[in-house]
Write a protein that binds this ligand. Sequence first.
Ligand SMILES: [Zn+2]
Length: 272
Amino acid sequence: MPMYQRILCPRCHSRFLSHIRRGKRRCKGCGYEFTPWLIKGVRLKDNQIKKIIQWFLLERSGLWIAQRLKIGKNQVYQVLRILRRVMSQDVPSVFAGIVEVDETYLGGQKKNKNKKQLRKEIKLYGKSKKGRGTNKQAVFGILCRSGKVYAQLVEDVEAEDLVPIIRRKVKSGTRICSDTWRAYTGLVTKGYVHRVVVHKDKEYVKGRNHINGLEGFWGYLKRKLAAKGGVQRRYLSLFLGEYVWRYNFRKLTLEQQTQRLIYLLRKLRFSG
Ligand SMILES: [Zn+2]
């Protein structure tokens, strides 16, 4: 978890500061005037960070950005890591109305198994064991019909893994659409209205009961990760956060997206 950073006077470490012109602060203790860095510990000017954000949003590589700005690539990577953390925290807190839930698998699907095959294996062998020759990662997602997505990596795809997330993120009484996977069968007893989409019956779109929105997001996510040539497992949750954010705010202009990220950086004061 990123740490919240309070701005302190660099000279006397007082936290009593007044805002003066253009983001500058004046220390109420010693009178020192200074401009706080946008990201603590990252010695880049605000306009350099803004450039990094814009090129990052345009999906330029960290190396490309470093060369353009003539700064070290590790500094750029540091900023990109922080941006992904900011994005990962910028998610809707509670879902209501009509929502879709679904799970999928990312990465390392050597034989290109689909979800149905994997579920069959889980049914045969019990829980999907780690180190059983696969390095696929399960991901669980929630989408509300206004188009916003929440997604996180999960250990497994059983009810004990997924239902606590649903109870945390989805308001009680909400109509939840899912497919027939067994993890979702108890949702009614948890106070939800449950609508099941039966894929094999060609019932993909039965009025408002479908999970097309999430399937669209999974497709988007997999195309993006494939275009990166895969992502190391330990960074997967950060990249997931990035693409959930990009998807959720895809209708904003580049400038609006940039301003949102700068606002979040200022508000959250992430440390490098
Ligand atoms: Zn001071």
